[in-house]
Design a protein around this ligand. Structure first.
Ligand code: NAD
Length: 293
């Protein structure tokens, strides 16, 4: 495992690729945005102008793309990763996509004599920069063992959670919890402000008690100060909650709070906040409350 092709150098992919370079891998990057590989090249990686170029000669190809159709097109398309990879290339999709997409990639890879893992991540942009992501992988044990040195350059919590698609299912559960937690932090801030209590002091206390959480620590102050530069875009979390509700229907379970938070996410998106950080759920609470008055 020496040469890594990396496709999708956005908020998450760019710092992840940097960390692979730092760990000594030969990293070749490709992304759709013009100039999107400049940072990787400056860090010591290489630029590839096409999927074919990023894939040829790579021991593993990582994709970090927005959504399921992007992964399907980039990996399975006629000019995609599978078509251009060498036999034995490990395909690792670290995007958040539908479990069905992960299983389709895995069976298609298997039919072509390749192995694939779904390995979505949690920890946000800061976790990607610091190399402390949580990585939840689905696929065979042998593929997971091959990928382990790559994962160790990117994260600190690295767990093989089951067969193909299992990583995405755990990630859906993660996104359910994160969305719910942000909504409640937003509601707590709005409640304290509207009641004339200093919300900064309040958040400090909440953080030290049972209400404390990584969401509160990482997002609370930015939400309080109305700083909503992403981070994690509402558009992406809206996509993830669609995956959650789809998975719930498949598993025949009721997720009433998840359903409600998905609607609140939809509402802030329709209010024009899709490009902002998901902390902007706070604006939704204000909107429902007729604030600012
Ligand atoms: P992003 O939009 O910042 O980055 C995606 C990148 O993919 C962009 O640079 C874009 O140019 C590139 N891209 C899109 N289609 C392409 C194609 N066909 N060929 C080549 N490049 C293409 O998104 P992000 O925030 O980095 O998120 C990526 C994935 O990781 C998403 O599935 C998201 O849900 C997930 N994720 C994001 C975060 C976060 O905090 N941002 C955290 C965990 C997981």
């Amino acid at each position: 495992m020496r040469t890594i092709g990396f496709i999708g150098l956005g908020v998450m992919g760019a710092p992840m690729a940097d960390n692979l370079v730092k760990a000594g891998f030969d990293v070749v990057g490709h992304t759709r945005r013009p100039g999107g590989t400049d940072r990787l090249v400056a860090a010591g990686g290489r630029h590839a102008g096409s999927i074919a170029e990023v894939t040829r000669g790579a021991d593993a190809v990582i994709t970090m793309l927005p959504d399921s159709p992007d992964v399907t097109a980039v990996v399975l398309g006629p000019d995609g990763v599978l078509a251009h990879s060498d036999p034995g290339t490990l395909i690792i999709d670290m995007s958040t996509v539908r479990p069905q997409t992960a299983r389709l990639v895995a069976t298609s890879a298997d039919a072509a004599g390749r192995e694939a893992l779904d390995a979505p991540v949690s920890g946000g942009e800061q976790g990607a920069i610091e190399g402390v992501l949580s990585i939840m992988a689905g696929g065979s044990a042998s593929a997971f063992d091959r990928a382990r040195p790559v994962f160790e350059a990117l994260g600190t919590t690295i767990v093989h959670v089951g067969p193909a698609g299992a990583g995405q299912l755990v990630k859906a559960a993660n996104q359910l919890v994160v969305a719910g937690a942000i909504e409640l932090v937003a509601e707590a801030i709005v409640l304290m402000e509207a009641s004339g209590v200093d919300p900064a002091l309040g958040l400090d206390v909440l953080g030290g008690g049972l209400a404390g959480s990584t969401v509160l620590t990482r997002k609370g102050t930015a939400m309080l100060e109305r700083r909503f530069k992403p981070g994690f875009r509402v558009d992406l979390h809206h996509k993830d909650l669609g995956i959650v509700l789809d998975a719930a229907r498949t598993a025949k379970v009721a997720l009433p709070v998840g359903e409600l938070v998905a609607q609140l996410m939809e509402a802030v998106r329709e209010l024009g906040n899709g490009h902002l950080d998901h902390g902007v759920l706070l604006r939704g609470v204000e909107h429902l409350s007729g604030l600012p008055r």
